[in-house]
Design a protein around this ligand. Structure first.
Ligand SMILES: O=C(O)CCC(=O)C(=O)O
Length: 415
């Protein structure tokens, strides 16, 4: 055997043999109740034929990192709810959102108000998570250090990425920002009257840091890579939206968000490689956790829109829209963005194994068995809790008080 070439061979993101066997077994649904839980819940049940044939047909070079699907347009563009004129969207605004896949920027706070809150948010991002402390999961990836001082090694990247998640569950002020009617009422006009908040994440970009490569998502298959995190009633409907909030001014120089209008109508495959700190040292744009991923964009990239925002503004987008962020090419202007993900209530989240003894595996971060006991879903608007009712909690009292007494909103919380 040629050991040199064996050593250089990149690790596979997913192995074809077990995937095909698992796919066949996942189609044989009557057998599933007979399988032990750890087998049954690790089947690639979210893979469809288009995904498998693309993967095998491209000789494993192209892979869908989320479930391949198209998006159906709604029958009309009337707002789904009536709301206070301060947050109201017109029929033209909603049509525009459906044509592009994103809307905004809108104002959440005055720039000065956000600048006052920002130092707390920076500290919150840096603080060790109380929802996912380091002893609540295992890191199983490479511990090699990065050659590039402006990029993090795989382990630090993974731990920081996880640490950035769901801090609204431990901080009333952050929760209040995400629950603000400027966001929630617009979500309701696009998604419907019942809105749940299931995840949030901080996205810092320090001077010299690489961009966020182009990507799309629908159901977060790339966490376990076998079963989607989100299972809506119909994948072809819009069931989730993200609000990306600018904590600091976000510019083309310090790494503003970018979108490719119209790409939300269908998911594209990615070319995926294992991230290698030496091989990929010069490429800071396409890194996702421990992977390097590039979608097959071709001419589409020419249509990219840079979304510059002032601190306190936010943009709403469907994660199906091809999105990413520019690198921070400044030497002294760190930017902080934060995202929250909003869903309609008829979405199942995780499977029973993940919520119980299995915990969550996050394939692209090489994290295993993440304990989700402290993870909750927030009911922001309307009365429906859906299939995840036992994880759904109301907006905490502290966040309600925060909304009622600050952020320029006095009569803000919708029942
Ligand atoms: O802020 C960034 O760099 C990326 C954000 C993003 O991809 C998201 O919110 O889905």
């Amino acid at each position: 055997m040629n050991t040199a070439s064996a050593a250089q061979k990149p690790k596979r993101y997913v192995k074809a043999g077990p995937l095909v066997a698992g796919y066949v077994l996942s189609q044989m649904k009557p057998l599933h109740p007979l399988l032990p839980d750890h087998v049954r819940y690790s089947l690639p049940v979210s893979w469809n034929w288009k995904m498998l044939s693309t993967f095998l047909g491209s000789r494993r070079r192209r892979v869908y990192i989320d479930v391949h699907t198209k998006l159906d347009l709604p029958p009309g563009y009337q707002p789904a709810v009536k709301t206070d004129p301060r947050w109201a969207m017109s029929e033209a605004d909603i049509r525009n959102f459906w044509e592009r896949g994103f809307a905004g920027p809108f104002k959440l706070l005055e720039r000065e108000e956000m600048q006052e809150v920002a130092p707390r948010l920076w500290r919150l991002w840096e603080r060790e998570s109380r929802i996912y402390p380091p002893n609540s999961y295992k890191y199983v990836g490479s511990t090699a250090k990065s050659a590039d001082k402006t990029e993090l090694d795989n382990e630090t990247y993974a731990r920081k990425g996880l640490n950035a998640r769901d801090k609204h569950l431990e901080d009333d002020e952050l929760m209040a920002l995400y629950a603000h009617p400027a966001i929630a009422e617009r979500m309701a006009q696009l998604l419907g009257p019942d809105i749940l908040l299931w995840r949030s994440q901080f996205f810092p970009k320090y001077p010299g840091m690489g961009g966020t490569g182009w990507h799309q998502a629908t159901s977060y298959l790339n966490e376990t890579f076998r079963t989607a995190t989100l299972t809506p009633r119909n994948l072809r409907n819009l069931f989730q939206l993200t609000a990306w909030v600018a904590v600091s001014d976000s510019t083309v120089k310090n790494g503003c968000m970018r979108f490719i209008p119209g790409t939300h109508r269908e998911l594209l495959p990615m070319e995926v490689e294992e991230y290698d700190p030496v091989k990929h040292a010069g490429n800071k744009h396409d890194r996702f956790g421990t992977k390097v991923m590039r979608p097959a964009l071709g001419e589409l990239e020419k249509r990219a829109v840079n979304m510059e925002m002032k601190a306190g503004e936010f943009v709403i987008f469907s994660e199906r829209t091809m999105h990413g962020a520019l690198p921070n090419i400044t030497t002294d202007d760190a930017r902080l963005g934060m995202s929250a993900r909003y869903i309609v209530p008829d979405v199942k989240i995780h499977n029973p194994w993940v919520l119980g003894e299995g915990g969550l595996s996050i394939a692209y971060l090489q994290i295993k068995n993440l304990n989700l006991d402290r993870w909750k879903i927030i009911q922001l608007r309307g009365g429906k809790k859906g299939p995840m009712a036992d994880r759904v909690i109301p907006l905490p009292e502290g966040a309600r008080r925060c909304l009622a007494s600050g952020f320029g909103v006095r009569d803000a919380v919708t029942a």
